[in-house]
Design a protein around this ligand. Sequence first.
Ligand SMILES: [Zn+2]
Ligand SMILES: [Zn+2]
Length: 180
Amino acid sequence: MIFAHDTEVALAAAAALVNTVDGEDERLPDLAALDEFVRTWGWSGQRQRTAKELREVRALRPRLREVWTAEEDRVVEIVNELLREAAALPQLVKHDEWDYHLHATPPHAPLATRMSVEAAMAFVDVVRTTELSRLRICDYPDCDNVLVDLSKNRSKRFCESGCGNRAAVAAYRARKAATP
Ligand SMILES: [Zn+2]
Ligand SMILES: [Zn+2]
């Protein structure tokens, strides 16, 4: 394990959130899609289920995406800004099946605030351990998805949306074509 479990989960969730938009392709088009996303990533806490909530969650994505591409000093600015805006207050909590982990927002804070602070707290760990190089853009041609490399040998190159398989298939075809 590279980071604490809750940090790794938070990084994966933040990457998944960033990857819900790809140019014109909007994978959080409505509240039903947001519900599904929240369920998939096990978000607890209060929901408003309003257009505003959806708007705020969508607006968070470009800010989080910048963490994957920015230099360290800029990442620190973004992270501190996210924590400041939410007046984050770290507290150890235990709920559902989860053992003690950090929450830095109360359960009734807006969903986008809870998402941004959870991501920011995870980025804190990444910066503190000088592991920002683990946050990268997918290597597959024309894929702009972000990825979190939690492998021991830093070997992850592709995002979670099937680019790894696509690359393997392309490599196989290329090998086959090269065989006389
Ligand atoms: Zn929790
Ligand atoms: Zn990809």
